[in-house]
Design a protein around this ligand. Structure first.
Ligand code: AHN
Ligand code: ZN
Length: 334
């Protein structure tokens, strides 16, 4: 090695060793070497619950995101622009989907990819539409009114937008895809005459048959559904346990280690028909569903579920943080 190369290498090494300790002078180089050896190589970003909360509020402010409405269209544009702004490669999938009553829904699945060429991928998803019917409301007069869906729709997307923001700042060193599925919540209401199989989760059903990337694969998938309410309880949903048990354990263990065991309950839950079923079944990707569903209560769902009360006051920053920080831990330390 000639001297020029040696000197260059020396300076490279110095700048590498000191980069973990910005602001310190040369005298600190020795201690920096110590901490560089003992500290874990990747740091996990800090989930900002206020930011996630604003993302939920922003969606709700458009009005109910019911397909074929102006609010739905405007919100879709917003979600796509946010993913793009946070550095994701954007795919927008448009489809006309047929609802239980034969209504043709103008639907959009909105997809943001990080490190699109990596073959080690995790898929994170949530539905972004809100239900056209408050068909579980206490007042029958509200059954045909659309809901805000602050928790049912808004919360999962809010958590994932905050994660997208952080992924734009810090490379996770692996592939991450975020999918906002449309038309999850247009399922057959009790007052309908018609019956149709698989009337829920129309957007994810479409995507499973037509993935945005040919032969799309991910190691596993995580669905967030109703992850924002105060005192939410995430039991181990049984289809998740059946098809993706190791990933259920990974996520619930990460949550417990972070001190979020009060939300992530170490007990079996019920089986829910949700987007994860179609992603698991259609693409052979083991998926788990983090969902506020307590198998020990009457309906299992929270009292505001599919009522006009699913609005901003049910949202609690601490729940958003428990879910978001747990996901970041899994993404960055797996
Ligand atoms: C059923 O009620 C069959 N599935 C619930 C899926 C869902 C609706 N998640 C949110 N809203
Ligand atoms: Zn719903």
């Amino acid at each position: 090695m000639n001297n020029t190369v040696k000197i260059l290498l020396f300076f490279l090494l110095c700048s590498f060793l000191s980069c973990g300790n910005k602001g310190m002078g040369d005298a600190a180089v020795d201690t920096t070497v110590q901490s560089a050896v003992s500290v874990a190589p990747s740091s996990v970003p800090q989930f900002d619950a206020d930011s996630a909360y604003s993302y939920v509020a922003k969606q709700v402010a458009f009005g109910p995101r019911v397909p074929n409405t102006a609010a739905h269209e405007a919100c879709a544009d917003y979600l796509a622009s946010e993913l793009k702004r946070h550095g994701a490669e954007l795919f927008v999938q448009e489809a006309v989907l047929t609802a239980y009553d034969n209504t043709k829904l103008q639907a959009r699945n909105i997809i943001g990819s990080y490190n699109p060429d990596s073959n080690r991928r995790i898929l994170l998803f949530a539905h972004w539409d809100s239900r056209p019917y408050a068909d579980h409301d206490a007042d029958e007069a509200n059954y045909r009114k659309p809901i805000d869906g602050a928790d049912d729709g808004g919360s999962g997307v809010g958590v994932l937008l905050e994660i997208a923001r952080l992924l734009g700042q810090q490379d996770p060193g692996r592939g991450i895809d975020i999918i906002f599925f449309d038309a999850e919540d247009y399922g057959t209401p009790p007052f309908a005459q018609s019956r149709m199989a698989d009337s829920w989760c129309l957007g994810s059903q479409f995507w499973a048959k037509n993935p945005h990337v040919k032969n799309y694969r991910a190691e596993y998938g995580i669905l967030l559904d109703m992850v924002g309410a105060k005192n939410a309880a995430f039991f181990k949903e049984s289809m998740s346990v059946r098809y993706a048990a190791p990933f259920v354990e990974k996520v619930w263990n990460a949550a417990r280690n972070l001190g979020y065991g009060k939300y992530f309950i170490n007990a079996p839950g019920g089986a829910i028909t949700d987007d994860h079923i179609y992603v698991s079944g259609g693409r052979s990707i083991p998926c788990i569903d983090i969902i506020n569903y307590d198998p020990n209560t009457d309906t299992g769902f929270a009292p505001y579920w599919h009522t006009l009360n699913d609005s901003m006051p049910v949202i609690d920053r601490e729940t958003l943080e428990a879910v978001g920080q747990t996901l970041l831990e899994v993404i960055f330390n797996d």
